[in-house]
Design a binder for this molecule. Structure first.
Ligand code: PGA
Length: 242
């Protein structure tokens, strides 16, 4: 795993956006997995700006969402699908090419199988972009998730539900369950970009870098992948003694 430290959130967003733009130029039909959360917002803003200024052509991408809340409809403004439509998909004109897990599907297990098949039908993920949970989760794969897991229904950790409640001042009750690409699904991507910003991520960033891979830290699975870039800002790197 390659680690890059940049000054702050703005620099992280800039570097992540530049990385993605480079990949899209290399491979216009990139199949990619997209994260939700606060961390990628700056990156998405820059990508949308590049599109608006005619510096990027995203029109042939195949985007997939990493995860979703269970029992929340895609039209619901709290859903991850809604978030991604708003921050990236719709502004760059990918509305009809975007696939995301349907949190309100009648049978979530069937929906997970559909999703794996949809990714496989596009030739598998070329690039998975990941945020990082304070407990080391990637997508909604909480500690204890097997490294070979595929898209599955997950129980959300209390720390995840508390962290995510902060996104919704309207008091939206975070579901107990989610659906998520598995760690195995993510590891099957040809390349992986992880972004982490701020002091709250510093302890887990240190553990990911310094400890042996363990299912206690889902992101540590990435160390076995040959092509991973972890970009952190100075605050997220402050516990890691370089
Ligand atoms: P954040 O979420 O970007 O809002 O910190 C990351 C995550 O939980 O995966």
């Amino acid at each position: 795993m390659k680690v890059e430290v940049v000054a702050d959130y703005e620099a992280l967003s800039e570097r992540a956006a530049a990385f993605v733009l480079e990949k899209v130029v290399e491979q216009p039909e990139l199949v990619l997995a997209l994260p939700t959360g606060n961390t990628p917002i700056g990156m998405y803003k820059r990508l949308v700006k590049a599109h608006q200024e005619g510096r990027a052509d995203f029109s042939r991408l195949w985007p997939f969402a990493l995860d979703e809340y269970a029992n929340v409809a895609p039209q619901d403004e709290h859903s991850f699908g809604f978030f991604l439509h708003r921050h990236f998909i719709d502004p760059v004109g990918l509305t009809n090419r975007f696939d995301h897990l349907q949190g309100n599907a009648p049978d979530l297990v069937t929906e997970c199988a559909r999703y794996e098949a949809a990714i496989a039908a596009k030739g598998g993920l070329d690039l998975a972009i990941l945020g990082l949970g304070v407990n080391g989760h990637i997508a909604f794969n909480e500690p204890g998730t097997p490294f070979d897991s595929r898209t599955h229904v997950v129980s959300l950790a209390d720390s995840t539900r508390e962290a995510n409640a902060g996104y919704f001042p309207d008091g939206f009750r975070i579901p107990n369950e989610g659906i998520s690409m598995g760690i195995g699904t993510v590891l099957a991507a040809r390349e992986i970009l992880v972004i982490a910003s701020g002091k709250s991520k510093a302890p887990i960033v240190e553990r990911i870098i310094n400890e042996e891979p363990t299912t206690d830290i889902p992101a540590s699975a990435l160390k076995a992948h040959p092509n991973v870039l972890l970009i952190v800002d100075e605050e997220a790197a402050c516990v890691w003694k370089r």
